[in-house]
Design a protein around this ligand. Structure first.
Ligand SMILES: Cc1cc2nc3c(=O)[nH]c(=O)nc-3n(C[C@H](O)[C@H](O)[C@H](O)COP(=O)(O)O)c2cc1C
Ligand code: SF4
Length: 458
């Protein structure tokens, strides 16, 4: 376990200038090593290091780079995914605030490795501080000749959750609404000119423009790995989850925060060290890793890809929403379901309609006006919500709602029997979509509660 702030991702204090970055132990050395190795060996080194994508799915980074590097058809692009829309997650913004230079160095290495001559950094327009930090870092590195020829564009994007979904991200970078396209970025990349019918992939066609999409933290992890070597990275964490991650801990904890941890650290320890534990004699009732994975209750679960998978869940972007023993889990399911319903784009009717039905039925149970017919309807829609889904959001709806109702079935029964919530809290539960997180204080986006299913605000 690394204490928050000490590690190779989050420096103890923000790095304010390029000179200060180059004066750190590894600043600039990753790119030098990549240039010495050449693209193929750089990819091989990242593959050997076992680095996995930190955007949520944990896809092996080296394998993704290899796919893009070896794909033919037009130009190659790299897009850094800084949308950071996952509730309970703030690590990408923390990294950009603390050390944007390491991110830009990682981006330049990625572009070199996959043969891209243009890169984009996609951030929400409202992340003004991070846009400023990253833009300044790019300009300093260009002036210093570290990436004299690199074409880097910072793209300010919309606030929608789907902006972070990689197929929607490319649409947004092209200036369109964030509606997931049909094919993944390696098959239908940025500015690919072919009309995509969905009947055949465009891979291999001259205009497919295979595009690498990596999360901010993934790219920030790359320079130290190249500077110090794959074995160094593998000496930390576990065999299947080497290295460190930046965890976010919010909810019913003393001091919500982000902190760098070694993979494999038990969940309870992460909550204690990053979030400063729970208040008084409160106990943990449930932990949600964002809104993308089944709920977990066991604090001994190692925070690793395989640790969460063995528990029937996923660690996602390592952002944990902690609910203590006072929580109403029907309310929790309703709040998360409503978020996914509102954010669903509606291109696949079962996703929008199903998540809307699930949200309405959960609201009825929570309010104490439901009957068994509502519970049956929930079962019906959980089976259908993913029908014909273009992206993973519909799966998230199914996983989150079914896991909470499965793990806390007795709470549903209590609501039905009592005709009211058995554990009302003075304040309604807020979805932890983070606007800011600093000094032990989490600021949630108050606008989210007013957001309507058509993406307008009440
Ligand atoms: C609904 C939805 C929202 C997502 N939001 C983000 C996001 O905000 N940031 C991010 O890096 N990945 C997000 N992802 C995952 C991306 O689609 C993609 O897997 C990731 O950027 C790949 O980078 P990686 O391999 O470095 O993890 C989201 C996925 C889905 C389905
Ligand atoms: S699954 Fe849902 S969010 Fe994803 S594209 Fe279809 S309607 Fe939109």
């Amino acid at each position: 376990m690394t204490s928050p702030g000490a590690g190779y991702l989050l420096p103890p204090a923000p790095i304010e200038t390029l000179d200060a970055y180059l004066a750190t132990e590894t600043g600039g050395l990753g790119l030098q090593r990549a240039q010495a190795l050449g693209p193929a060996e750089t990819i091989a080194e990242i593959t050997r290091s076992g680095l996995r994508g930190r955007g949520g799915a944990g896809f092996p980074t080296g394998r993704k780079w290899q796919t893009i590097a070896s794909s033919e058809g037009g130009r190659h692009y790299v897009v850094a995914n800084g949308a950071e829309g996952e509730p309970a997650t703030f690590k990408d913004r923390a990294l950009m605030r603390a050390n944007p230079y390491q991110l830009v160095e990682g981006l330049v290495i990625a572009a070199f490795a996959v043969g891209a001559d243009e890169v984009f950094i996609a951030l929400k327009a409202r992340f003004e501080r991070e846009i400023d930090r990253v833009t300044t870092a790019v300009a300093e590195m260009q002036q210093a000749g570290i990436c004299a020829d690199c074409r880097v564009t910072v793209v300010p994007g919309p606030d929608e959750y789907l902006f972070g979904e990689e197929k929607a991200l490319l649409e947004a970078v092209e200036g369109k609404p964030p509606l997931p396209r049909l094919l993944p970025p390696y098959e239908h990349g940025l500015f690919a000119s072919d009309v995509v019918t969905g009947w055949e992939p465009t891979a291999g066609v001259a205009s497919a423009n295979p595009t690498l999409v990596n999360n901010i933290e993934t790219l920030s992890s790359v320079p130290p790995i190249l500077a110090r070597g794959a074995d160094w990275h593998r000496s930390m964490g576990t065999a299947e989850s080497p290295g460190h991650v930046v965890a976010t801990v919010v909810g019913d904890v003393v001091a919500p925060d982000v902190g760098e941890i070694e993979l494999g650290t038990p969940l309870g320890t992460v909550i204690d060290i990053v979030g400063s534990g729970l208040h008084g004699d409160r106990t943990v009732k449930a932990v949600m890793s964002g809104v993308a994975n089944p709920v977990v209750r066991d604090l001994a679960i190692p925070v690793s890809y395989e640790g969460f998978a063995a528990a029937g869940s996923g660690m996602g972007a390592v952002g944990f929403f902690v609910l203590d023993d006072r929580a109403c889990m029907v309310e929790a399911a309703h709040v998360m379901s409503r978020f996914l319903y509102v954010e669903s784009c509606g291109q696949c009717p079962p996703c929008k309609l199903g998540s809307g039905e699930l949200t309405d039925r959960l609201a009825r149970i929570e309010a104490g006006v439901a009957d068994r017919g509502d519970v049956d309807a929930i079962g019906h829609w959980l089976e259908r919500v993913t029908d014909g889904n273009r992206c993973y959001l519909a799966v998230q709806e199914r996983l989150v709602v079914s896991s909470v109702l499965g793990a806390f079935a007795e709470e549903v029964d209590q609501h039905l029997a009592l005709g009211r919530c058995p554990r009302p809290r003075p304040e309604p539960l807020d979805l932890p979509k983070l606007d800011d997180l600093a000094g032990g204080v989490a600021v949630y986006d108050e606008r989210q509660r007013r957001k309507q299913p058509d993406w307008t605000y009440a």
